[in-house]
Design a binder for this molecule. Structure first.
Ligand code: COA
Ligand code: AMP
Length: 631
């Protein structure tokens, strides 16, 4: 294939150092790097070693210094509370430097960790940027996780300070965050020295004397604090994501490579210019929120929209159109689930006619497979290009996308287009041999990974190597299976591990199984992700009970559902489990989860050659049919 995109992509692979050094010119550095890239200790690699910068300076201060302080940095739109507001770059800078002063006054210095457990309020963004300003490492924990999950992250990250709020708001209920935070701190072995609590008007929290301080009081007394110079290779944040076990992986992001790569994506992938409005309808607790609600739009001098609401029910399926028209959004980025929810509520898109969507140029979708129905519905109703793009928490930005700022390529249904410049994507067989076009295999990225992708896992250097680089030497293993066609278009088929994707949220079935196994009546269990029309996938548990538990099935199911909600959180959406006599296994004892999934989804499946007892699959099919699956 020829064309501008092919030329840029090839250049990025032929000479990555030159390519990324050029991109790095757009970032403000206190000290230039010694080398663009160092892979002496591959797969542990460093981008821009020796370089010094500050991420917050690049997100805020430099725009103000350039005379753009009056430009809107952040629009807060919260249909769930009825609040709206906006901050110019100057206003946001003032808030961030004051909050950096609060953190500093409470002992936070360069390299210290700060956990942020907050709903979608501007203060969450302020806290993240204040950490970056001090060179402290933030770790944002999504509000839908339970106290136990927060405790695991507290113990791993060992934060000096935790920043939280009195409550989050979900449709129809106010969620008290403070009791969750208190119980997480009780459960954790590590204790933060201070918690800063934002009191929201919907619910006041009781503060713990000597440990908790009120956000507003402390901000009022704070000394504005300046940016601290950090190394390009110093960590900016840790973001925990699901692995195959209950222990989440602490994905680390550096400062330098991250800033360079994310700024590059704003123009080259999303075709955004300074002053334009970008809206990622996600949550700051996910990687999409880190990269595209907070950092990338601000690096680029754009206006970012922080939306506290849902695509439906706050108040209706027209809210996305209202936000686009009211704030003149140029690019919307969300998960396909959000569009499935809107389409289900308003199949004809009749609410669209109430709004002027002329500002919208592109819809970007990611986080899960984009089904053709949703793609076509969105294309048809919005009349703009709908771009599927594929990425992961680990990569921080997209591996495959249509790069609208370089050259718009034709859209092919089912494909997130081609590997983005910086990414050398291949399809490998189980022996690590490259497969020809059109054949399915493991999607792997030939090293080096571009800047912005994760340089390590927090406290888990060995796990970094074992999980991602051991399987195929010289490659990053994405844990997604797929195809690359003859035109270089990738198709993402399924995960090769036990991760599932529920409403665009990445969850570990292994972690859910660990919870189910703790029930005293459960002898064995398996959790698989089964197809769901709205959420893409939802977890389904299968339980084998201990002898003597007969007659108690209904109660056990109810209890395990509650246990997952209490221990992992409502975000797991674990609502169904069935009791079966036996689980299908291979002769070596491995549970055949993917066969269970295919049977449940009613898709084609083959009898595994290694199955121990084929009859079990008949029993499983019957059980699944009894709850409406396997048809
Ligand atoms: N704090 C506390 N609880 C939360 C929460 C938070 N921040 N976020 C979600 N939850 C709860 C929800 O209330 C829900 O609880 P329930 O089981 O009592 O109803 C549960 O976690 C699951 O939440 P969610 O996945 O949001 O499902 P939903 O049924 O409430 O809404 C959609 C369905 C499709 C509208 C919703 O998933 C959505 O907007 N998805 C958009 C995709 C997205 O943002 N993806 C992020 C990656 S890009
Ligand atoms: P997360 O780390 O939460 O971003 O989840 C990453 C996983 O989500 C990937 O490994 C894929 O399995 C899935 N995913 C993300 N984007 C896409 C996409 N565009 N198409 C298909 N799957 C996707």
């Amino acid at each position: 294939m020829s064309g501008k995109f092919t030329e840029v992509h090839q250049r990025s692979l032929d000479n990555p150092e030159e390519f990324w050094a050029e991109a790095a010119q757009l970032i403000d550095w206190y000290k230039k790097w010694d080398r663009v890239f160092d892979d002496n200790d591959a797969p542990f690699c460093e981008w821009f070693p020796g370089g010094e910068l500050n991420t917050c300076f690049n997100a805020l201060d430099r725009h103000v210094e350039a005379g753009n302080g009056d430009r809107t940095a952040l629009i807060y739109d919260s249909p769930i509370t009825g609040n709206k507001g906006s901050f110019t770059y100057s206003e946001l800078l003032k808030k961030v430097s004051c909050f950096a002063g609060v953190l500093r006054a409470n002992g936070v210095d360069k390299g210290d960790r700060v956990i942020i457990y907050m709903p979608m309020v501007p203060e969450a963004v302020v806290a993240m940027l204040a950490c970056a300003r001090l060179g402290a490492v933030h770790s944002v924990v999504f509000g839908g996780f339970a106290a136990n999950e927060l405790a695991v992250r507290i113990d791993d990250a060992q934060p000096k300070v935790i920043v939280s709020a009195s409550c989050g708001i979900e449709p129809g209920r106010v969620i008290a965050y403070k009791p969750l935070l208190d119980s997480a701190i009780d459960l954790a072995s590590h204790k933060p020295s201070c918690c800063v609590i934002l009191q929201r008007e919907q619910l006041a929290a009781t503060l713990v004397m000597g440990r908790d301080i009120d956000w507003n009081d402390s901000e009022a007394r704070a000394e504005p604090t300046d940016c601290v110079s950090v190394l390009a290779t110093d960590p900016l944040y840790i973001l925990y994501t699901s692995g195959t076990t209950g222990q989440p992986k602490g994905v680390v992001r550096d400062n330098g490579g991250h800033a360079v790569a994310l700024l590059w994506t704003m123009k080259n992938i999303y075709n955004m210019e300074a002053g334009e409005v970008y809206w990622a309808a996600s949550d700051v607790g996910w990687v999409v929120g880190h990269s595209y609600i907070v950092y990338a739009p601000l690096f680029a001098g754009c206006t970012t929209v922080l939306f506290e609401g849902k695509p439906v029910g706050t108040p209706d399926a027209g809210v996305f159109w209202r936000v686009i028209s009211e704030h003149k959004v140029k690019v919307l980025f969300t998960a396909p689930t959000a569009f499935r929810a809107i389409k289900k509520n308003d199949p004809n898109g009749s609410l669209l006619k109430d709004y002027d969507l002329s500002s919208l140029e592109t819809l970007f979708l990611a986080g899960e497979r984009l089904d053709p129905d949703t793609l076509h519905w969105a294309e048809d109703k919005l009349g703009v290009p709908v771009v599927d793009h594929w990425w992961q928490t680990e990569t921080g930005w997209s591996i495959c996308s249509n790069c609208l700022g370089i050259e718009q390529l034709p859209i092919k249904e089912g494909s997130p287009t081609r590997a983005v410049p910086g990414w050398d994507l291949r399809v490998l067989d189980e022996n690590g041999n490259e497969l020809p076009a059109g054949e399915i295999g493991s999607l792997a990225v030939k090293l080096p990974l571009p800047p912005g992708s994760f340089p390590t896992l927090w406290n888990a250097r060995e796990r970094y190597f074992e999980s991602y680089f051991k399987e195929y030497e010289g490659f990053y293993s994405t844990a997604d299976a797929g195809i690359i066609d003859k035109d270089g278009y990738a198709y993402i088929m399924s995960r090769t591990d036990d991760i599932i994707n529920v409403a665009g949220h990445r969850l570990s079935t292994g972690a859910m199984e660990e919870v189910l196994s703790d029930h005293p009546d459960v002898a064995e269990c398996a959790v698989t992700g089964v197809a769901d029309q709205l959420k893409g996938q939802v977890p389904l548990g299968m339980l084998v009970l201990n002898a003597g538990s007969e007659g108690n099935e209904h109660e056990v199911v109810k209890q395990v559902v509650q246990m997952v909600r209490d221990r992992i959180g409502p975000v797991a959406a674990f609502k169904q489990a069935i009791v079966v006599k036996r689980l299908p296994k291979t002769r070596s004892g491995k549970i055949l989860r993917s066969t269970i999934r295919k049977i449940a989804d009613g898709t084609e499946w083959k009898m595994p050659a290694t199955i121990d007892d084929p009859v079990i699959l008949d029993e499983i099919t019957e059980s699944l049919q009894s709850i409406g699956y396997a048809n």
